[in-house]
Ligand binder design. Structure first.
Ligand code: GLU
Length: 467
């Protein structure tokens, strides 16, 4: 038996953190067992499903690197199959037409509520529905009315639900379209899904789905219901807690591996290990290690992880992601140093790629203004003279590299009887526009001789207008 899992999002919004975590756990389980991971787009709600949302889901999956072995399948392409199964259930007596009107059902509901009963369909049409010409019927599943359903939940343990708690759910609407519980069941059966891994908001659907599967004589999958993700205030994670769309994390400068690493720890742990390579996640992941209780999303921890990944990943890999951010700033990376060298120079000080890109603009583009505070502190009277002396030295260099530049700065400070900062800081502000940059030798070697000299000249002129 091939272990088969699926991620089955409804395309009614972006791929959010909760969905991505479900996708990741399903993906990990399949990968760990050499199984199959399916992507299924549950787009039968024609009013709420959009192509944009499908695109956002696909884009999110690609960015995260959660590759699927089959799909994306679209449920809207399976309508004939759903109809066939509905007919089969009718023919074998496991489904029936229901002619109850909306008003009737509403009245039933009101009465039940008044009697403090759980609102549920009373089974009026179950055994003897008289066809009514004036009304198109819905089709209901004939749920067994005795016995129990035991969900073999791999996270929460067995969950037992009495059949009398479950009413006869609608599997086809009056217009003939199938409902969620029916379509999921048919696809899970046809796709031979062995493990249904999904959020625990679906737990109420599971016994109903299991009953339909049983009626169809299908083998039952195992289930794993994942605990909810909460925001720091204890409410279910939502937009108001900040970024929750996967692509927004890309936009805010996160590496996909950092987000994956963060997501895997949302409700799952392996000892006290915090950082996992993808291979380690695959190796260690077990559904029985998933927590039963909800987990809380912690932005600071994600930021910390991102920094770890920026510092410790292969710089070429980080550079590929940085390149997108540099592009977002309208900068052509060909106008300056290799991005991989920028990554090496900036990774200690950048928690996100947005920060790294913003702090690297001066390598590629001229700036028009200097940071005011840095000017006050470093472009003091006489600093123009220091810069002029530096220019004289730097212009003579034939083999531009960090070591030579460093030596020139150190020697000049010594010759002029100044401490190193008095030389290096005005130089830094001259070439970067602010007092913050990697070490001055690294900064200048990345910037190159031509830009360095031009910026020193510009700074000298600027200082002379000040003093
Ligand atoms: N389409 C459902 C959703 O997006 C998931 C269905 C399932 O996993 O069974 O919530």
């Amino acid at each position: 038996m091939t272990i088969t899992t699926r991620f089955a999002p409804s395309p009614t919004g972006y791929l959010h953190v909760g969905g991505a975590r479900t996708a990741l756990f399903s993906w990990l389980y399949a990968r760990k067992h050499g199984g199959k991971f399916i992507l299924r787009i549950e787009d039968t709600d024609l009013e709420r499903s959009t192509q944009e949302s499908v695109n956002a889901i696909l884009e999110g999956m690609t960015w995260l690197g959660l590759d699927y072995d089959s799909g994306p399948f679209y449920q809207t392409h399976h309508f004939d199959r759903y109809k066939e199964i509905i007919q089969q259930l009718l023919a074998q007596g496991d489904a029936y037409y229901c002619y109850c009107s909306k008003d009737e059902l509403e009245q039933l509901r009101t009465e039940q509520m008044a009697n403090k009963e759980k609102p549920r369909y009373n089974g009026k049409c179950r055994d003897s529905a008289e066809p009514q010409q004036e009304r198109e019927p819905v089709i209901r599943f004939k749920n067994p009315d005795i016995g129990v359903v035991t969900i073999p939940d791999l996270v929460k343990g067995d969950i037992v639900v009495a059949n009398k708690e479950l009413d006869d759910l609608i599997i086809a609407r009056a217009d003939g379209t199938p409902t969620y519980n029916l379509t999921v069941v048919v696809d899970d059966m046809d796709m031979k899904v062995t493990h249904v891994i999904r959020g625990d908001d679906h737990i109420n659907n599971t016994p109903r789905q299991m009953n339909i599967l049983k009626a169809l004589g299908a083998e039952l999958p195992k289930y794993a219901h994942l605990p909810m993700i909460l925001g720091p205030d204890g409410a279910r994670l939502s937009k108001r807690h900040g970024a929750v769309s996967v692509m927004q994390f890309r936009d805010e400068g996160y590496l996909p591996e950092a987000l994956l690493n963060y997501l895997v720890r949302l409700g799952w742990s392996h000892g006290d290990q915090e950082i996992f390579t993808i291979d380690e996640m695959v190796e260690y992941f077990e559904l029985y290690d998933v927590n039963v209780s909800a987990s809380t999303f912690n932005m600071e921890k994600l930021l910390w992880l991102n920094h770890q990944y920026i510092m410790n990943s292969d710089p070429a890999h980080v550079a590929r992601h940085l390149s997108w951010h540099i592009g977002q700033l309208g900068i052509d990376p060909a106008e300056g140093p290799e991005l991989i060298d920028v990554v090496k120079a900036q990774r200690e000080r950048s928690k996100t790629l947005v920060e790294m890109a913003a702090a690297s603009v001066y390598f590629y583009k001229e700036f028009d203004t200097y940071d005011e505070k840095a000017v006050k502190k470093n472009f003091t009277p006489g600093s123009d003279h220091v810069l002029a002396r530096l220019h004289d030295e730097l212009v003579t260099v034939t083999d531009w590299n960090g070591e030579i530049v460093h030596q020139i700065v150190v020697n000049l400070a010594e010759t002029m009887g100044l401490n190193l900062g008095k030389v290096a800081q005005p130089l830094r502000v001259a070439v970067c526009g602010s007092g913050v940059s990697p070490a001055i030798d690294v900064t200048l070697s990345l910037l190159g001789q031509e830009k360095t000299l031009a910026r020193i000249e510009k700074a000298i002129n600027y200082i002379r207008t000040l003093n």
